[in-house]
Design a protein around this ligand. Structure first.
Ligand code: SAH
Length: 279
C-alpha cells in the first residue's frame, strides 16, 4: 500500500484500471473487472482534487503511531490489530474537510447518513474476531465477510489481517466510493460487492470470520449458515429489551459432529441500522 501524497496526481488508493462497475448476478450485484465507467473516472478525478492538503502531516506514519499509542492506553492490546491500524491511512477514506480529525478516536460522517466507525471500535471488533478459536490457531482471520463496506476503511484494516475479505454495501454511492478508495488493494484480497448484506454472500461461503458494521434486531440466519465451523461472528445487535445496541459474538462449534452456535454479549455500542434491500 502506497502512502503517497497527491503529488503528481497519484495518491493512495486511486488506481483507475482496477475500478469495478457492478453487474447483477442472482439477487446480489457482483463486481467484475471491467474498464472503468465514466462516472467512476469523474469521481476519481474529484477525489484526487479533494485529496487532503499536504502540510497537515497526515501522511506521516507518526500521526498514526500516536493514535495507536492512545488506543493502547485505552485498552486495545492485540499487537497485530494495533499494527494494522497503524498502517492504514484513515485520512484518505474521509472528506478533505474532516481529514484533520481522522486520527482522533471518533466516528466521522461519510455521506448518505452513514459514518466511518471509531478506530477504537474497529480495533475492539477485530480483537474479538482474533480471540475466536479458529483465528487463534491460524494467527490470522482467514476468509472474512464484512457487512457494511461504507468508505472501505475497515475493509482495508481487515485486509491486513486476513487471507481474503468479501465486503458488501447496500448503498450504491458508498459502494462506488469504496471501490475507488480501495483500488490499490482490490483484486488482491478485497472483493467489494453491492448488495443486501443481510443475505451474506453464499458463493464464497463459508467464512472464518464475519463482522458487521451495522446493527439489526437479530443475527440474520444467512450469516450463521455461512460461518465456517471454528469461525466467529462479531456484530452489533439490538440489546435485550430494545434499549440500545450491544456487540454480539457467535462461535460456530462442532459438538459430536453437530453444529452449535455459542453466543455471548459484550459491551454497549452505537452503530447505524442494518437495513434490508439495496439503494
Ligand atoms: N466499515 C465501514 C462503516 C460503514 S457504516 C467503514 O469503515 O467506513 C455501516 C454501513 O453499513 C453503511 O454504509 C450502511 O449503508 C451499511 N449497511 C447497512 N445495512 C446494510 C446491509 N443490509 N447490507 C450491506 N450494507 C449495509
Amino acid at each position: 500500500m502506497s502512502e503517497g501524497a497527491p503529488k503528481g496526481g497519484k495518491r493512495f488508493p486511486l488506481s483507475l484500471d482496477k475500478a469495478l462497475p457492478a453487474t447483477r448476478q442472482g439477487g446480489a450485484v457482483r463486481g467484475e473487472v471491467l474498464r472503468p465507467q465514466r462516472h467512476l473516472q469523474l469521481a476519481a478525478e474529484d477525489a484526487a482534487r479533494q485529496a487532503a492538503p499536504s502540510g497537515l502531516g497526515l501522511d506521516s506514519a507518526g500521526v498514526r503511531q500516536r493514535m495507536v499509542q492512545r488506543l493502547k492506553q485505552e485498552g486495545l492490546s492485540d499487537e497485530r490489530v494495533l499494527q494494522a491500524l497503524a498502517h492504514v491511512p484513515r485520512h484518505q477514506f474521509v472528506d478533505t474537510a474532516l481529514a484533520i480529525q481522522a486520527y482522533e478516536d471518533t466516528s466521522l460522517p461519510i455521506g448518505h447518513g452513514q459514518t466511518i466507525s471509531k478506530p477504537s471500535v474497529v480495533g475492539r471488533m477485530l480483537e474479538l474476531l482474533f480471540a475466536g478459536a479458529g483465528a487463534r490457531e491460524r494467527g490470522e482471520l482467514g476468509r472474512v465477510l464484512e457487512i457494511g463496506t461504507g468508505c472501505g476503511y475497515q475493509a482495508a484494516v481487515l485486509a491486513e489481517l486476513s487471507r481474503q475479505v468479501v465486503s458488501i454495501e447496500r448503498l450504491k454511492p458508498l459502494h462506488d466510493k469504496a471501490v475507488l478508495n480501495l483500488a490499490a488493494l482490490r483484486g488482491h484480497r478485497i472483493r467489494l460487492l453491492y448488495g443486501d448484506g443481510k443475505l451474506g454472500h453464499a458463493p464464497q461461503a463459508p467464512y472464518d470470520s464475519i463482522v458487521a458494521a451495522a446493527g439489526g434486531e437479530d443475527v440474520p440466519g444467512a450469516w450463521l449458515a455461512q460461518l465456517a465451523p471454528g469461525g466467529r461472528l462479531v456484530a452489533p445487535m439490538a440489546a435485550p429489551g430494545g434499549r440500545g445496541q450491544v456487540l454480539v459474538v457467535v462461535d460456530h462449534v462442532l459438538i459430536g459432529g453437530h453444529s452449535q452456535f455459542l453466543r455471548s454479549t459484550q459491551e454497549a455500542v452505537q452503530f447505524v441500522p442494518l437495513k434490508s434491500g439495496v439503494m
